[in-house]
Design a protein around this ligand. Structure first.
Ligand code: PEP
Ligand code: MG
Length: 930
């Protein structure tokens, strides 16, 4: 017979911590605590399989369940020495709580004090010698049961909560302020009024039968798996909807039976900082939800429990340490003290900040509690970005409410004055380098780069996580909230409206790139300790404890990872920062960013009528580019540097406003109409599929020649100074081997000339970005000439999915709401589609050229799940914006450790079948075809 019910804390405990898939986290840990001898009130867990059954069978239970629940209830009665529904002696009461595989705090429902009715409440009052306590439990029970089981909770903000209305009226009539001031007779009246309200709203009497109450509780908890907030939470945290929740039914113990009782929640280490020592809140003479409900201000456990209940504190501290040592992780526990006896109601691995993650993991390795491998595996790689950014938090956010929310696109938090025009922002900054600017735009384009550079933060109303604003701000390490479609920007009036209020140019706002929230006014930030040591050198490592933990974690990660890490960087300063954060090379230099520093020269080139004039206009650009490349090569000191030739369509570089066109015409000494005409010619319907990438170099080979010459001359100059240098020249957007060969010829010809003239030869490679499905499918042909592939997964996602990264922000939310996309494909690689294309390219490319260098330089190179995928398909390195390097290093180490574990668990060829996808079969060449 299928087993659906698992006991804990009774004579025999059936489950343990390894069974969280079946028992949920709470159930598995209650069983584990009982198994290791900790004081857990007896109870049982109904498995997650019942939840699955419940939803697959029109909200019915498996037929075997009833008998198993009846037996388990009898087991609780036996262990606790009380009877459920007892009308003579102190009755057993139970709670009914949810518990999914991954904790979903507060998302599902709970019912407490089940078993109370008009008779048992009298016995409880008599036997506890506390009439008020008994009737308070009863009124809470009816209120909770009414809301959760009988669906009496208000559905909208405007709806009245019948129970709250009655409670308020009662307090008013009794002339008291707090619930706790109501006397037993008031509570008795309230119970009657609550029951009348139930009858009125549901048409039925409140159930008096304790077992009917239990089943009501069980049904409500299973039902709450599909409530809206639980669904939204699962979506946000990637928890599959088909996991289901378990239900835990457990004997109630009371923290509200007098001043020798208490209830509380605690962390075994600080969840915000990771510092050692118990922290937590508790209340004397209170029940569970009072601690979090804010009705009374709780005491700090670490400060007063030792004084108020010394024996309980001693026992609690011991239990907390037993749990931390047992689980080898920070525990978040719930407990109740009933008449000086400690009961543990829950333990789970604590949710914590990135700071607490790093500090506690490193401390625990140093304490000998865990290994470096365990430390690496447990830290969510994305959380490392918190250590590198100024942050909003704690006191600073008190009293602030968000005025808008967009996509949390660029790391960090920033406050500043609103500016709408990039050139005005730049002018403001030029006058005052300390100016704090938030650039507010519908969207940004490469033309806005100067304004973006001087801004502390960027806010856009359109565009998603791989929009220009997001991508550039991440590379620059700037706070960015994009795709914030609830704001309305009026460039003409120089206003932005958010949260029903209009803000003018110069007003202060704050953007939080971690949460996507926008706030009015200034929110104070604290600077990153790690960057003070590594970038600013304003702190010494020995004075920076957080930096020391970070450094330790990074050294362990570097020891385990197999993937190389590179940075996307466009100038010497970014290159230096990348090295400080562990870059082993540059995976992408977007050369067009340099052109924006010399925009007039570049525009002259675009406006030239013929090759000769274009070459003439390119001459000063050659100088600029050579200098720029030299700076990067010197900063990178021999590490490989991948430089992409010009990629964006030319219209991105020309002015579109008539007044700007006139100014340019004046500068170049040509008629304004000619500029306007050329801008019109360059316009494209579909710029992402337009005249860009290698298509530009093919039509204007002189641009490719100039760029290759600049790269090779820079390499020669650097080599002459005794600095090693390894340029990798990258052709963008090649979909055909013929396109690649055309550009390769131009590059090699320019290189040959430079080296011949200089008498010095640099070691360089010519390779391509793989950004088009055709490039993946014909990778074997492209690899005949290309010495490396770098997956440009931003474009590969655009072209693979047929979605433009510039406007997908308008519908991606709906796609995620409807679970059509599990994640934003521009943030986390679509492994099933784009990933498959990459695998094809890897296989075909290596078949032609076994030693071909393989990397990724799209935004996904800094996304943990995508980094793990890159490890799996056998890339050699990932490249990402400098501030995401620590994330990539950690994620790469996690991938290597997970693979090692998988291999150790894998039975090798004995588990192979033709569909086997296990790690060793994929890589062992066993011929299983996976
Ligand atoms: C890419 O397409 O992944 C890429 C890195 O190029 P860009 O984002 O500059 O188009
Ligand atoms: Mg691209």
């Amino acid at each position: 017979m299928a087993k659906y019910v698992y006991n804990f804390g009774t004579e025999v405990t059936d489950g343990d911590a390894t069974m969280r898939n079946l028992l949920g986290g709470k159930g598995a840990n209650l069983a584990e605590m009982a198994k290791i001898g900790l004081p857990v009130p007896a109870g049982f867990t109904i498995t997650t399989e019942v939840c699955t059954y419940f939803y697959a069978n029109g909200q019915q239970y498996p037929p075997e369940l009833k008998a198993q629940v009846d037996k388990a209830m009898a087991d609780i009665e036996k262990t606790m020495g009380k009877k459920f529904g007892d009308t003579k002696d102190l009755p057993l009461l139970v709670s009914c709580r949810s518990g999914a595989r991954d904790s979903m705090p507060g998302m599902m429902d709970t019912v407490l004090n089940i078993g109370l009715n008009d008779k048992t409440v009298e016995v409880l009052a008599k036997k506890s010698n506390d009439e008020r306590f008994a009737w308070d439990c009863y009124r809470r029970f009816i209120q909770m049961y009414g809301r959760v089981v009988l669906d009496m909770k208000p559905l909208t903000k405007e709806d009245h909560d019948p129970f709250e209305d009655l409670l308020e009226a009662k307090k008013k009539k009794a002339g008291v302020k707090d619930d706790s001031d109501l006397k037993a007779e008031h509570l008795k009246e309230l119970v009657k009024e609550f029951k009348d309200a139930v009858k009125k709203q549901t048409g039925h009497d409140f159930p008096e039968d304790p077992m009917e109450q239990v089943w009501g509780g069980i049904g409500a908890v299973f039902g709450s798996w599909m409530n809206d907030r639980a669904i939204v939470y699962r979506r946000m945290h990637g928890i599959p909807h088909d996991w289901g929740t378990a239900v835990n039914v457990q004997a109630m113990v009371f923290g509200n039976m007098g001043d020798d009782c208490a209830t509380g929640v605690a962390f075994t280490r600080n969840g915000a900082t990771g510092a050692k020592g118990i922290t937590g809140d508790y209340l004397i003479n209170a029940q569970g939800e009072d601690v979090v409900a804010g009705i009374r201000t709780p005491d700090h456990i670490e400060e007063t429990l030792a004084k108020k209940m010394p024996k309980c504190w001693e026992e609690f501290s011991k239990v907390a340490m037993i749990l931390e040592n047992h689980y080898k992780d920070i525990q978040d526990v719930e407990f109740t003290i009933e008449r000086q006896k400690l009961w543990m109601l829950q333990t789970r691995n604590a949710k914590r900040t990135g700071f607490a993650h790093v500090r506690s993991a490193v401390d625990m390795v140093n304490e000998g509690l865990i290994t470096p491998e365990m430390a690496i595996a447990r830290i969510p790689a994305n959380d490392l970005t918190q250590l590198l950014q100024p942050v909003f938090g704690g006191e600073g956010l008190k009293g602030k409410t968000s005025i808008a929310k967009g996509i949390n696109a660029g790391p960090g938090a920033a406050s500043g004055q609103i500016y709408f025009q990039p050139d005005e922002a730049e002018a403001v900054w030029q006058k005052d380098n300390n100016a704090k600017i938030i650039l507010v735009r519908h969207e940004t384009t490469p033309e806005d780069l100067r304004g973006m550079k001087v801004a502390r933060g960027i806010l856009t109303s359109t565009g998603g996580a791989a929009s220009h604003a997001a991508l550039v701000s991440r590379q620059m390490g700037k706070a960015c909230v994009c795709g914030c479609d609830s704001i309305s920007i009026d460039y003409k009036a120089e206003t932005v409206t958010a949260g029903g209020k209009t803000y003018n140019k110069g007003d202060w706002i704050s953007v939080d790139g971690f949460s996507g929230n926008v706030y009015e006014g200034q929110v104070p930030t604290s600077p990153s300790e790690v960057l003070q040591v590594l970038f600013d050198k304003t702190l010494k490592p020995q004075d920076a404890p957080m930096y020391q933990c970070f450094h330790q974690l990074m050294s362990w990660s570097d020891r385990y990872r197999k993937l190389g890490v590179r940075a996307n960087a466009d100038n010497p300063q970014e290159s230096e920062q990348a090295i400080a954060l562990g870059a082993q090379g540059i995976g992408l230099t977007r050369t067009e960013h340099m052109f924006f520093d010399h925009i007039d020269d570049f525009r002259a080139m675009i406006l030239a009528d013929n090759v000769k004039d274009r070459e003439k206009a390119l001459a000063p650009l050659l100088e600029h580019q050579r200098r720029d490349f030299e700076g990067i090569f010197r900063a990178m000191a021999g590490r490989p540097v991948t430089i992409r030739l010009l990629d964006p369509p030319l219209h991105e570089f020309v002015p579109h406003e008539a007044k700007d066109q006139e100014a340019l015409a004046k500068k170049l000494g040509i008629p304004a109409v000619k500029v306007a005409q050329r801008v019109k010619e360059l316009g494209e319907f579909n710029p992402m599929l337009g005249h860009r990438g290698c298509r530009l170099g093919i039509v204007y080979p002189e641009i490719t020649r100039m760029q290759a010459t600049a790269i090779c001359q820079a390499a020669v100059n650097v080599l002459k100074d005794g600095i090693d240098c390894h340029p990798e020249i990258m052709i963008p957007l090649a979909g055909n081997a013929t396109e690649f060969r055309h550009q390769e010829d131009a590059v090699r010809e320019a290189a040959r000339k430079v080296f011949q003239e200089a008498g010095v030869t640099a070691d360089y490679l010519v390779g391509t970005m793989i950004e088009l499905p055709r490039a993946c499918i014909t990778a074997d042909k492209i690899a005949e000439n290309a010495e490396f592939f770098s997956f440009g997964t931003n474009d590969l996602t655009q072209t693979g999915l047929g979605i433009s990264r510039d406007d997908y922000g308008t519908y991606i939310n709906e796609y995620q709401e409807l679970d059509i996309f599990p994640a934003d494909p521009f943030q986390t690689l679509d492994q099933e589609g784009v990933g498959e294309l990459m695998e094809i390219a890897v296989k075909k490319g290596t078949r032609t050229r076994p030693d071909i260098k393989l990397g990724i330089c799209g935004e996904h190179g800094g996304d943990p799940a995508s980094v793990k995928f890159c490890h799996k398909v056998g890339l050699h390195y990932v490249s990402c914006s400098p501030l995401r390097l620590p994330v990539a290093r950690l994620a790469a180490a996690q991938a290597a450790i997970a693979e090692k574990k998988e291999k150790a668990a894998c039975k090798g060829s004995s588990c192979c079948s033709s569909s086997c996808k296990c790690c060793c079969c994929c890589k062992c060449g066993c011929g299983c075809g996976c």
